[in-house]
Design a binder for this molecule. Structure first.
Ligand code: ARG
Length: 563
């Protein structure tokens, strides 16, 4: 039940239509301290219409309000303070959460619909970057949040597996490459060849012509080039998959740029038919003045297609295949302008889902103050960052809980969880500097802190053993529990808002709030004592465990039962 709505009704019942329900609802305030109740209505709002002093109005209304479902209602100056019946509130929310379990907050409003999410999308033959990591974990969390809100997401890894650079790579491999080296350490070696190509072509510009011809051969399906390209793609994907496995992220499709190579004609034809494609210095562009954007280059003067040409084909394909309710692209903010252009072109084309295209940008990430760049061939493997985190987690568990049976497993969940949480707790457009040690602390704004709070709840429940509290009265009236109870109540609204904003950080911040409230309660109250509130307290612990676990789950973070 929505308590704001309940209070609104109580006020409306003693008015004569002076205010509408929406007006009352939005005037309700949350008092700063508990001594002034849980919700307050300022009577100033009625002074003009009723021609009375606000204090008098407050007193008059309180005398008429039916107080049975409140602890009390009182006039204080110009305010009417409502004190909710905490026992009733507690009973309702705890019963609800325990009955629904992980489904608490699930929104099946029938809104639904398919939502393709373009996410991760690294480029083959190059190391996956921190940006791709962000796209992976943000996209994965948004997919989970969408499911929770009744949508059907399709996670698509739009691999950068096509383009003129593969002509260069094939030429470089044939000249300087070695099969065994690529098998042993694919990405590093492929990058090495590619970097060498760029050093050499400064003095030997004929290399560029060779690369162009080679790419043409690849496009035309020439056997040798296709064989090499497929091999590069395969070994690259294998190394990406190792990281995805560690992160626990899966994809529904891997339709990279190459997938659209034979699907570009239709988009170009539509642009032509609509008279949108115009010549500019030999190339074909779409003018976007109307959107205050520069023209989008669609075909180069030699007829070659570009990144955007493939993205137009991609959008048409997704539109047709999924009839999407929304189209999401989780890609770094450096491509914001590009996605504005893409959306504008698709709107001009009249693509049905173009209106619902959302670029979901995110900021840069540095690790220990260092930017991870791949341009220069300097590679900091993400894999390494994850392994370091797991190692660090293992040390901490070793120190805190040496007898834990499944240490390896838990260390993975904590280490990887710390990285994911450390990313997702930030508003996604912020730039972040990532200090591994900070993210792995068991105290503070970290994933392990939330995981630890969940494990603490589970440990209490284990200690409670066979005490059956399910049928117990759940009216917990301990004021120390109030913050935890109201936080629990907030969860469905948070999920809805996080979905609307495409913002996993709202869920992460919520989890921190709930964990903090619960730990405060825990420090203050003895839970396992035999009295008439024991069942209610255990119900609270159970509810906290359920909601913390589900919050972490929505972020793609595991919640071990002990750590
Ligand atoms: N591969 C690209 C990159 O690493 C990202 C692709 C994003 N998705 C898209 N449909 N353009 O920059």
């Amino acid at each position: 039940m929505d308590y704001k709505a309940q209070v609104t009704n109580s006020i409306l019942s003693v008015l004569n239509d002076e205010l509408s329900s929406a007006e009352v609802y939005e005037k309700l305030e949350q008092p700063k301290t508990q001594t002034m109740g849980d919700l307050a209505f300022p009577a100033f709002a009625l002074a003009k219409v009723l021609h009375k002093a606000p204090n008098q109005i407050a007193a008059d209304l309180v005398a008429k309000i039916d107080q049975t479902s409140y602890e009390k209602v009182e006039a204080k100056g110009a305010y009417i303070n409502f004190f909710l019946d905490k026992g009733q509130f507690s009973n309702e929310i705890l019963t609800d959460i325990i009955e629904q379990g992980a489904a608490y907050g699930q929104n099946d409003n029938g809104k639904g619909g398919n939502v393709p999410i373009d996410m991760s999308s690294p480029n083959i033959a190059k190391p996956i970057s921190m940006g791709h990591l962000r796209s992976t974990v943000i996209g994965n969390s948004i997919a989970k949040i969408l499911v929770k809100n009744g949508y059907h997401p399709i996670k698509d890894n739009h691999l950068g597996d096509w383009g003129t650079q593969f002509g260069k790579l094939i030429v470089a491999y044939k000249k300087w490459g070695n099969e065994d080296d690529v098998r042993k350490d694919p990405i590093n070696n492929l990058v090495k060849y590619y970097v060498k190509f760029h050093q050499e072509d400064k003095e030997h510009p004929e290399l560029d012509d060779e690369a162009r011809e080679t790419f043409k051969k690849l496009e035309d399906g020439n056997e040798e080039e296709v064989y090499l390209w497929k091999w590069f793609r395969k070994v690259s994907l294998e190394s990406f998959n190792k990281i995805y496995d560690k992160l626990g992220v899966t994809f529904d499709t891997y339709n990279g740029e190459a997938f659209y190579n034979d699907k570009m004609d239709e988009g170009i034809q539509i642009l032509k038919d609509k008279g949108l494609l115009v010549e500019s210095q030999g190339a074909q562009v779409v003018k976007l003045d109307k959107y205050n954007l520069n023209p989008a280059l669609i075909l180069k003067s030699d007829g070659a297609t570009l990144y955007i040409t493939r993205d137009i084909a991609t959008a048409i394909y997704r539109d047709r295949t999924y009839k999407p309710a929304m189209n999401l692209y989780v890609v770094g903010s450096e491509q914001t302008y590009y996605f504005q252009q893409l959306k504008a072109v698709l709107l001009e084309m009249g693509l049905p889902s173009a209106e619902n295209l959302h670029h979901i940008p995110f900021g840069l990430i540095t690790v220990n103050g260092k930017k991870l760049s791949t341009r220069s061939g300097r590679i900091i493997l993400l894999d390494q960052v994850l392994d370091d985190a797991i190692e660090l987690a293992k040390k901490q568990i070793e120190a805190k809980n040496p007898d834990l049976p499944n240490k390896e497993e838990v260390a993975k969940e904590v280490g990887v969880g710390a990285i994911i949480f450390g990313d997702l707790k930030n508003e996604r457009t912020n730039n972040i500097d990532f200090v591994l040690e900070d993210q792995l602390k068991f105290e503070g704004e970290t994933g392990p802190y939330v995981q630890y709070s969940h494990a603490r709840a589970e440990s209490i429940l284990r200690k409670a053993g066979t005490i059956d509290f399910h049928g117990a009265d759940k009216a917990l009236d301990d004021p120390a529990a109030w913050e935890t109870l109201t936080s629990l109540k907030e969860f469905p609204a948070i999920i809805e808002s996080a979905c609307k904003d495409f913002e996993p950080s709202e869920v992460a911040k919520y989890a921190l709030r709930l964990a903090k409230a619960f730990n405060k309660y825990y420090a203050h109250s003895k839970i396992l004592v035999e009295d008439d509130q024991l069942g209610a307290r255990l119900s609270l612990v159970k509810a906290v465990s359920i909601v913390l676990k589900e919050s972490l789950n929505l972020l793609g973070v595991k919640a071990p039962d002990a750590m």
